[in-house]
Design a protein around this ligand. Structure first.
Ligand code: NAG
Ligand code: NAG
Ligand code: NAG
Ligand code: NAG
Ligand code: NAG
Ligand code: NAG
Length: 623
């Protein structure tokens, strides 16, 4: 619909039919975005007025969909109906009440992704106990850090995380009974089918007698941790209305129905998996297939098996799918939409064509941020839409920043400068604390919260949420993702976007994992580009690579250093971890991987040994 309109800037004659066509489609984009926003806004208002918390909304869902399948756990094939999920969560609630947990207490959940995961936090929410959803990949310091900052009174363990449990036993400040007791507890409830046969403490709990704790939709539902690509994770607060809003925006925005079947292979300790995915089950009565772990080779077979109509993706998942050999199931499925964020523009169309996916539903929005965007009209490459008129309804904006330091650039009056179309800028969202849609609930750590808020952004004296992400808006109002904070670097007087270079290089290298970052070279201004390439089979033809690269990238964007390694580290949400790579830099004494240096005079990569390294450091070798 809005896709055909990149050409608004060309000179249409006033009153010509094409001019009207353009205006017409900009307006229709605008109205569809505005309708979605108003609809969600009205629903949030209503839930606020009727005090409809997530457990109350779920109760309505159960009433309506009772025997329909709510969750399917791929792996065991276990299915839970809405009724069963409700009963399970009531047992959880009753058990916790008996153990003395009360409204406002925090209980951490540290287990791998299983159906019970949802039942656990939902059960807690029914009695106002707040769950801290801990990343189950964490160990040692990071794990202790996350549990500590959540102020959890108890931890529910999955038995599969035994070395995590050992770590946990040293947490003297946790109630000892809780650690031991809850550990067994999560273990006992491993399958719904065994529930009926067992008469142990958990399953003897009443499933019907439970009074929901009266709460406001502005109360805390649970905590989700930021992925911590830089530094320790932060606990972001998710209130009931935010959960509703995140799930409802994609539901209405992308025109989903309760008859859709959603394939969710993302971790449940993260908002994409647990809110955008599972939220469709809790709120809208959709069947959600929970996959224990993302598998590129099983992906389409699973979709075909469960008749999934929507799949979720995140980070690099789409590229891993493209990297797979062609298989029959990849076109046999009924998937009509892929929902997620982080699909690179460089593979967007190939992904749609090869797997026969009619619509990409790319959205943008951090857990804690109130500036979500959605690409509601299938526009290639865009992560959202915001027209020039929309800011009155939806106050988000791109403002000028120094892309390297992310410092806001202000005009003479001290207010931030809005970007023009085509100009990259940081996405900011105005904060209006008494509007549930415009609220920023922040982090558990107050000082982390204040770091994400700036004053005098839209006008003097206001405050706004800083997303930390750089986007570009075109003339029509489509927004495109540029880079994450600190990912752009400057080289030879130019700004290099790591996301763009990664996309290009990965394409040249048959979709290998490529991570690009800037490294400091003594005596050189800015940062030199370095690319870490996952190449376990040593299959890269460097000569061909250089030739292709020279055609595809301008000189300043070509990586000066290459590092070939067996595997690149990723976060639980399939994003690359760059911190270690940056720290290792290009020092051959510190890195055992193969390193190369771009000898620009000869136009080829040469192996980087200690001698060459010293010569670069001393400035003898020109970069
Ligand atoms: C998928 O759809 C087919 C045809 O409508 C049906 O026979 C099959 O039982 C469905 N599978 C599941 C898991 O619902
Ligand atoms: C690079 O970005 C900075 C601000 O972040 C800007 O001032 C500068 O003009 C940009 N340089 C180029 C060559 O685009
Ligand atoms: C972001 O949160 C702040 C703080 O509550 C709020 O005032 C602002 O309106 C929100 N902005 C958006 C775009 O949601
Ligand atoms: C809170 O955030 C600040 C700033 O980000 C950080 O320095 C501090 O260590 C954090 N405190 C805790 C307890 O995590
Ligand atoms: C990947 O992570 C492991 C474990 O944290 C670490 O030991 C290793 O150095 C990392 N590799 C790279 C290339 O950063
Ligand atoms: C991603 C992941 O680790 N998934 C886990 C989900 O739960 C099953 C069963 O406990 C584990 O085997 C998976 O590894």
């Amino acid at each position: 619909m809005c896709g055909a309109l990149n050409c608004l800037n060309s000179h249409y004659q006033f009153l010509s039919w094409r001019w009207w066509l353009v205006i017409g489609s900009v307006l229709s984009c605008f109205f569809s975005a505005a309708t979605v926003l108003l609809r969600v806004k009205m629903n949030v208002r209503r839930h606020l007025k009727e005090k409809n918390t997530i457990p109350k909304i779920f109760a309505e869902t159960v009433e309506r969909y009772g025997d329909k399948t709510a969750l399917i756990f791929e792996g065991t094939g276990e299915k839970w109906t809405f009724q069963q999920l409700d009963e399970y969560s009531n047992r959880v609630a009753n058990l916790l009440l008996e153990r003395g947990f009360r409204e406002g207490d925090v209980v951490a959940i540290f287990m791998e992704n299983r159906s019970q995961y949802v039942g656990l936090w939902l059960g807690m929410a029914k009695i106002g106990v707040e769950a801290a959803l801990i990343n189950f990949n964490l160990r040692l310091e990071a794990l202790v850090h996350c549990i500590t900052i959540s102020n959890a009174k108890a931890v529910v363990f999955g038995s599969e995380l035994t070395d995590g449990k050992r770590t946990a036993e040293s947490w003297v400040h946790l109630k000892s009974f809780a650690v031991n007791a809850e550990y067994t507890y999560a273990d006992e409830c491993c399958s719904a089918s065994s529930c009926n046969e067992r008469s142990d403490t958990f399953f003897s709990r009443c499933v019907r007698c439970l009074t929901l704790t009266v709460a406001s939709v502005l109360d805390r539902l649970f905590y989700i941790y930021t992925s911590g690509t830089t530094g320790m994770p932060k606990a972001a607060i998710v209130v009931h209305s935010r959960y509703y809003r995140m799930a409802a925006l994609v539901y209405y925005g992308f025109r989903m129905t309760s008859d859709d079947v959603l394939y969710d292979c993302l971790p449940l300790y993260h908002s994409a998996g647990n809110i955008v995915g599972v939220g469709q089950c809790i709120i809208h009565g959709m069947t959600v297939v929970i996959k224990k772990k993302f598998s590129a080779s099983r992906f389409w077979d699973d979709c075909a098996k469960y008749n999934c109509t929507i799949v979720q993706y995140i980070g690099e998942i789409c590229r891993y799918l493209l990297n797979q050999p062609v298989r029959e199931a990849e076109k046999r499925h009924r998937v009509r939409m892929a929902l997620g964020n982080g699909l690179r523009q460089s593979i967007w169309e190939e992904f749609m064509q090869r797997f026969n996916i009619p619509q990409i539903a790319e959205f943008y929005g951090a857990t804690e941020c109130n500036c979500s965007l959605g690409n509601f009209d299938n526009k290639v490459g865009a992560c959202g839409f915001n027209s020039q008129i929309l800011p009155y309804i939806y106050p988000i904006r791109l403002v000028r920043v120094d892309e390297e330091t992310m410092e806001l650039i202000r005009g003479p009056d001290g207010v931030c400068i809005p970007c023009k179309p085509g100009e990259p800028g940081q996405l900011v969202g105005r904060i209006i604390q008494n509007d549930p849609l415009r609220r920023f609930d922040g982090y558990v750590n107050q000082s982390a919260t204040s770091k994400k808020i700036a004053q005098s952004v839209f006008k003097k004296g206001d405050s706004a949420y800083l997303s930390g992400d750089v986007l570009i808006m075109d003339e029509n109002g489509h927004m495109y993702f540029k880079d994450r904070t600190g990912d752009t670097f400057r080289w030879k007087g130019e700004n290099v976007s790591t996301t763009e270079v990664e996309g290009t290089l990965s394409r040249l290298l048959d979709m290998k994992d490529v991570v690009v970052y800037g490294v400091e070279v003594p005596g050189a201004e800015g940062k030199a580009g370095m690319a870490a390439i996952a190449d376990p089979s040593h299959s890269t033809d460097l000569e061909k690579f250089v030739k292709d690269m020279e055609k595809a990238l301008p000189p300043y964007a070509r990586p000066v250093f290459l590092r070939f390694l067996p595997e690149v580290n990723k976060t639980g949400t399939f994003k690359f971890q760059k911190t270690d790579l940056r720290r290792d830099s290009f020092d051959p004494t510190a890195v055992s991987d193969r390193l190369y240096f771009l000898d620009s005079s000869r136009g080829r990569y040469v192996q980087l040994d200690e001698e060459l390294y010293r010569s670069i450091l001393s400035g003898k070798n020109k970069l």
